[in-house]
Design a protein around this ligand. Sequence first.
Ligand SMILES: Nc1ncnc2c1ncn2[C@@H]1O[C@H](COP(=O)(O)OP(=O)(O)OP(=O)(O)O)[C@@H](O)[C@H]1O
Ligand SMILES: [Mg+2]
Length: 428
Amino acid sequence: MTKKLKIEHYISANPFTDKVIEPEETGLLLANREDEKERIDYVITSASKGFPQNIAILGEIGMGKSSMLNYIQARCQIKTGIYFSRINVTEDTSEEILIKSLVKDLLDQARVGLGSSLIGMVDFGKKRQEKEIDKQIKGINVTKASQKQLGDPLLRIVSVSSQIIEEKGRPEDIFEVIQLLREVMKIIKKDVKTIAVLFDEGGYVAKEKSIALLQRMKLIFQNKPFMLCIGGSPTLFSEYGKIEQTFPNLFLHHNRLSLKPLDKQGIRELIQKRLALVRIKGKDVEPFSEKSIQTILDESSGNPRRIVGIAGYTLYLSRGKYGYIEPVTVLEASDSTLITLGGEAFDRLKKDLHEICLIIGKYPNSTFEQIRKYLSQITKSEISKSTLSPKINELQKLGYIEINQIGREKRCFLKSFLQKYYNQIIRE
Ligand SMILES: Nc1ncnc2c1ncn2[C@@H]1O[C@H](COP(=O)(O)OP(=O)(O)OP(=O)(O)O)[C@@H](O)[C@H]1O
Ligand SMILES: [Mg+2]
């Protein structure tokens, strides 16, 4: 049948978009993450019964951390007793953002319909705040007596939040806001078993300047009813450990989920799940041949972002073809896709690691000692072995290089997608 059909005759659109999988799509699109999902379901079920535990999603770039956090969010959404706030961390995430997000999200979910408006009131004078809150409370669907009780804590939330936002707050303020939020929830008869905070890009707060925030977070998340769900790179915990030694203790060993590359079956599943969305009814042909799936595995090393990128471009190149997609087309698509993704990965490295990668790109198969010499030459300063070794190991953990042990010698290579990028920039 495929011989008579062009691929575009049965695949109506290109579903391989490199977007984080949304919470409501996770059931449909996440491939090859059964163990992780099972673990998360178990943790969330316990949390909804009043036993919150912190959980971390660790993985190389593009391995699916944000999508997995969205899966956690989806589970929080369907369980009663769990309230959550999602914070997308950036370089300047501060307590202000943490507080705003908590107040807004928790009140919104409690359906008091006050979340956004309360945050909007922080700039008002006290009189106006009182008036506004009075007005808003009348719209809340609780008894008259409860409405009356709500006034005070809500006004306190606004006033303490404004102090934090104006950076005039005291360290304990954040706890007061949280305490007040719980009081509000109680008055409106919400049974709060767990408050989950979903924190993506956890690496951003692993900076020297965020030590205060980390310490504060530790105080919050070591206690019930809080639960921290954090996403970050495979080196996240060692980075935290350097800044706040005890922070990693918040996460039980078995709640640190390391996302692995997809295997061949996983890639098949990823492709089938996406194509199911755009398949023209009644035409159940799989356009990707077995050999082409194997080629995607070889080229992507199982990294979901690279799989999506390669599969998407391959499908585009094959749109007008008859029959199955063959490995040659995958290879053609993969070349340009990997160069782009390699460049992006290079750009995300810190300067010192970036430099080491350039050296390994130029001299593949180098030993640590050779890299040390080249680096010393380039930087015109003597780099010691004990400074260099941890950095090389970090690059390996982050998924940028491979280290082959041959006898007693360790030799370094860039991962092939990065080597492709390197070869390209040298040519230009
Ligand atoms: N298990 C999976 N099944 C199918 N597609 C996936 C899976 N995991 C991730 N993806 C896809 O891979 C791409 C990268 O996913 P995502 O953005 O979640 O990764 P990430 O680890 O958060 O990346 P980054 O390191 O850039 O933050 C997205 O296109 C996403 O849709
Ligand atoms: Mg992400």
